[in-house]
Design a protein around this ligand. Structure first.
Ligand code: ARG
Length: 277
């Protein structure tokens, strides 16, 4: 399973490079990231969402590989700016990488835009307890940027809370391919008990939280969104509640999206940041 997961993180780049649907079908845990049509005529985006407006989530960034090509062609995961020179992402996005293998794209929600700012990564911290106590537990990593980005950071969630609905965003699969403009969608919160029932023995309720429309499906994050944010609903003090991590397929009824639960490791994150100052 872990070997297959590793491929997921390259999927965004792979598809942009023209591998297309065959690559999607080959990605292991989310093997069936096929267009998900639950309600007939909904428009598939992130899955089931719409374009992020410029400025809607200033802290949303793309994570990619350095080199030639547009940001769109090199992006493979999402990330969230939590300090002027620090990005929080998923451990599974970067566990095989060195800092020099990574760049961050900020400044525009359209990855083909000339306004995209590319920033090198100077240092990398992968959660020491990633995959402990079970696979995908504590799926978080921090990127120290080579220079600050001109982006408003989002505050970390510090309390384990129940919500009605959350918002997630990224450049991942919409069910109809990979968008150049980031997509966002509102997703119902799923309780630990319901999530454990959906995925017996695969949920570490302490470090994971779940969201999705259990009954109908249709809204979710998907391949390529990993590492990006799930946030409390828009408002004055929107906080980062989680990190896109995994799911079976995308937007399937009964199979919610699973997210790293920031309030479980916010203090560990702060300690790493303090060590970087
Ligand atoms: N692991 C995927 C990635 O690397 C994210 C999958 C999220 N899946 C879901 N059904 N919410 O991009």
């Amino acid at each position: 399973m872990d070997r297959k997961r590793k491929h997921l993180i390259r999927l965004g780049a792979g598809v942009a490079a023209g591998l297309g649907a065959a690559a999607i079908a080959w990605t292991g845990i989310a093997a069936n990231a096929e267009p998900v049509d639950t309600k007939g005529d909904f428009e598939a985006q992130i899955i089931g969402g719409g374009d992020v407006a410029e400025g809607q989530y200033p802290w949303l960034v793309g994570l990619g590989s350095p080199g030639e090509g547009t940001a769109y062609e090199r992006q493979f995961c999402g990330g969230t700016v939590i300090a002027e020179d620090v990005v929080l992402t998923a451990a599974h996005c970067v566990e095989e990488s060195a800092a020099a293998d990574l760049v961050v794209f900020s400044g525009a929600i359209d990855l083909e835009s000339e306004d995209v700012v590319e920033t090198a990564v100077a240092d990398l911290h992968v959660a020491e307890d990633y995959n402990d106590p079970i696979a995908m537990a504590n799926d978080w990593a921090l990127l120290k940027l080579a220079e600050p980005v001109d982006v408003e950071p989002i505050a970390l969630g510090t309390e384990v809370e129940e919500f009605d609905a959350l918002e997630t965003a990224g450049w991942g699969d919409t069910g109809e391919g990979f968008p150049t403009t980031a997509q966002w969608v509102e997703v119902p919160f799923v309780s630990d008990a319901d999530c454990e029932a959906a995925y017996p023995d695969e949920v570490d309720a302490a470090s994971m939280l779940c969201a999705g429309d259990l009954e109908n499906g249709g809204v979710d994050s998907c391949q390529g969104d990993s590492g990006g944010p799930i946030m409390s609903p828009a408002g004055e003090d929107q906080v980062l509640v989680g990190i896109v991590s995994w799911g079976y397929g995308c937007a399937e009824a009964g199979n919610p999206g699973v997210y790293g639960e920031v309030a479980e490791f916010d203090e560990t994150i702060e300690a790493v940041l303090a060590g970087w100052e």
